[in-house]
Design a protein around this ligand. Structure first.
Ligand SMILES: [Zn+2]
Ligand SMILES: [Zn+2]
Length: 87
């Protein structure tokens, strides 16, 4: 049980799901959970901080992480495919 890992997991909003992985990221090398979180990758964004990977948007610039966009597109494609199959 390392001190560093514990503090990272503590901040993870999804720590109850387990599988947390402490990591450092962003220009300021902030601690975050690489399993459930990521940091804003928008170059013009001044507030780079960890946020949820597939559900949250950046509080500062409102941008989605590309993982989020990818997940949404995949979901849309799946729904389209499911609808076309119904006919
Ligand atoms: Zn986590
Ligand atoms: Zn941002």
């Amino acid at each position: 049980m390392g001190k560093g890992a514990k503090s990272t997991v503590h901040h993870c909003p999804m720590k109850s799901k387990g599988g947390c992985r402490p990591a450092l990221g962003g220009p300021k090398n902030r601690r975050y959970c690489s399993t459930h979180q990521t940091f804003c990758a928008t170059p013009s964004c001044k507030h780079i901080f960890p946020f949820l990977k597939t559900t949250d948007v950046c509080n500062s610039c409102g941008s989605f992480h590309e993982d989020n966009i990818k997940a949404q597109k995949e979901k849309e494609a799946e729904e389209k495919y499911a609808n076309s199959k119904k006919k």
